[in-house]
Design a protein around this ligand. Structure first.
Ligand code: ADP
Length: 550
């Protein structure tokens, strides 16, 4: 596989392939009785241990083999975060097949497209998704069977789904005598499609090697950082970029794992956090908004929650402050994407920053952060020329590393790299110390009078206003300036603010010409399949909007 020359003097160390199965074997031997707790799609709480998980993963690996699943075959899941989903992560990848996680929030036609494109041999799904699967199962041409992730008692008496099987039957009928096979670490382990907000979703095919290297690096103290003393909740879904790798990194460290299942509202999360004494969680800002609202409105406190990694979209500085100042929860801002497994950067202070005034420290922490070891970054202009790391110049962000995609699965687009670098589609600045800050998706940049206005900065300021719950800033066409910023705002329940007050709120916080030209209030913003605000939808909606300055 390696395209690099061999030295006449090769190292004399064991050559053990980096395989996903080694993680669950390690957790079983070293953290046998550490708990995995799941709120199930059935509604109740389930508990068992890493040892139990390993045993059932071996049973499921035998079941897959009995179903005729071979190395390289794709096996799909449509499931919430839970212990059965974790068993599949290990049973499928560990046996050499490819774990294809599907985002249930996609349109059913898109799901059917993905299943056919990947030629999934089997599809496993949580009981919640029975009607969804019934809707598209007939379109899945290569799929030999469907497995509902429940016990016999929850199986439907009849269903339109061909060859519908029961998960617990498969486990019970299979032996736990199973030797995880050894194979090339570059073999495909899992497959995740991008959300496809524009066009059809594209498949990113991870390898065992890339997955293990990503987990090692992401676990470093300046990035995801947790240990065997932590209780960890991946709130970020296992159906989207492997829940940021937590299903691998938690068993690597021996942390207790807690899965929230489908109950992602503030109240359910808060109760689970308290009941299980959660210390660490990973999630996107929209989910944390719900949790913070619940905690704030009910005058609650967290008794054990200490640290969270927030990414997927910009963590508004106001949210970071609330977590830190009001609840003593440390926030690590992280940046990544499906194409990066996903983690590329995380934000923590260096030793030299420790004595800076609070405000300066805060300004550093609000950035998306420094590359984690194994990832290299650069910013370039439209001609591909590298731009300076001065914290001001912004350009297209390019990355490379051992867990970055090189080409999409079964795609005609071929190599997607530019001179060996992956173009992220993000626009960013980088400081001399390597702290990267996303100013925008390149598609979302507002082009005003030949200059760029970063919509994220404008949103962050509005989010600091006490009456603002959510905001999106988009460019609207303007006869003189080409585009000007419009703020689309959802107010907090019971709070009020006027257009003029919000515009005034920008005074002194930003270059005058960046100030939004107008504000419009809406009941809700469209949210996509991965919990992000869909700016393209908002742009469509306000396509003909007339700015008062036009
Ligand atoms: P993920 O689930 O990791 O967010 P996606 O592939 O769905 O992966 O989306 C990746 C994109 O999300 C990035 O290219 C970037 O535009 C945006 N993104 C991710 N993290 C952040 C962040 N911390 N701040 C701003 N944008 C972010």
């Amino acid at each position: 596989m390696s395209q690099y020359p061999k030295s006449p003097m090769m190292g004399q160390m064991m050559s053990q392939p980096l395989l996903i199965s080694t993680i669950i074997q390690f957790a079983d031997r070293n953290f046998a009785d550490t708990e995995i707790v799941s709120r199930r799609a059935e509604g109740d709480i389930h508990r068992y241990t890493y040892r139990d998980c390993h045993k059932r993963a071996r049973q499921m690996a035998n079941a897959l083999s009995n179903l005729g699943v071979k190395m390289g075959d794709r096996v799909a899941t449509l499931a919430w975060n839970g212990y059965r989903h974790l068993e599949l992560y290990y049973a499928i990848s560990g046996s050499g097949a490819v774990m294809h996680t599907i985002n249930p929030r996609l349109h059913p036609d898109q799901i059917a497209y993905i299943v056919n494109h990947a030629e999934d041999q089997y599809l496993f799904f949580d009981i919640t998704f029975l009607p969804l699967v019934e809707g598209f199962a007939a379109q899945c041409k290569a799929t030999k069977g469907f497995v509902m992730m429940c016990g016999r008692d929850r199986m439907p008496a009849e269903s339109k789904i061909p060859n519908l099987m029961c998960y617990e039957d498969l486990v019970e009928q299979s032996s736990d005598q199973y030797e995880w096979p050894l194979f090339d670490e570059n073999s495909a382990s899992s497959l995740c499609y991008t959300s496809g907000t524009t066009g059809n979703p594209k498949g990113v095919l991870y390898s065992h090697r890339s997955t293990l290297l990503h987990s090692f690096s992401a676990l470093m103290p300046d990035a995801i950082t947790f240990s065997s003393r932590d209780v960890v909740v991946p709130v970020v879904p296992m159906f989207h970029v492997n829940a940021w790798g937590l299903p691998y990194s938690a068993p690597m460290t021996g942390a207790k794992l807690v899965f929230p299942g489908p109950a992602l509202d503030g109240k359910s999360l808060y109760e689970l956090f308290e009941q299980e004494q959660v210390t660490y969680a990973a999630g996107v800002p929209t989910i944390w908004l719900g949790l913070l609202n619940h905690v704030g409105q009910n005058n609650l406190k967290f008794s054990s929650f200490k640290r969270t990694i927030i990414g997927g979209s910009t963590c508004p500085p106001a949210m970071m402050k609330t977590f830190q100042q009001q609840y003593n929860v440390e926030v690590v801002h992280g940046w990544g994407m499906t194409e990066l497994s996903p983690l590329g950067a995380a934000c923590t202070l260096q030793r030299k920053h420790l004595n800076l005034p609070e405000e300066q420290k805060q300004a550093i922490l609000e950035r998306q952060g420094r590359a984690i070891f194994g990832i290299d970054m650069k910013i370039v202009d439209d001609a591909g020329l590298e731009l300076p790391w001065d914290g001001k110049t912004f350009g297209n962000l390019l990355v490379k590393g051992s867990w970055v995609v090189s080409s999409y699965f079964r795609s005609d687009s071929g190599d997607v790299l530019q001179d060996g670098w992956f173009p992220t589609g993000d626009v960013a600045t980088i400081t001399a110390d390597g702290y990267m800050q996303i100013t925008d998706r390149s598609k979302d940049v507002i082009k005003s009078g030949g200059e760029w206005i970063g919509s994220i900065d404008l949103e962050n300021i509005a989010m600091a206003h006490p009456a603002v719950q959510q905001v999106a800033c988009i460019g609207v066409s303007h006869p003189k300036w080409d585009e000007r910023p419009l703020l689309v705002v959802v107010k907090k329940p019971g709070a009020d603010v006027s257009k003029e007050e919000l515009i005034k709120f920008y005074d002194g916080k930003i270059a005058k010409w960046w100030t939004p030209d107008d504000v419009t209030f809406v009941e809700a913003l469209p949210i996509g399949a991965t919990g992000k605000i869909l700016k393209n939808k908002i742009r469509e909606q306000f396509h003909d909007y007339k700015l008062p300055t036009a």
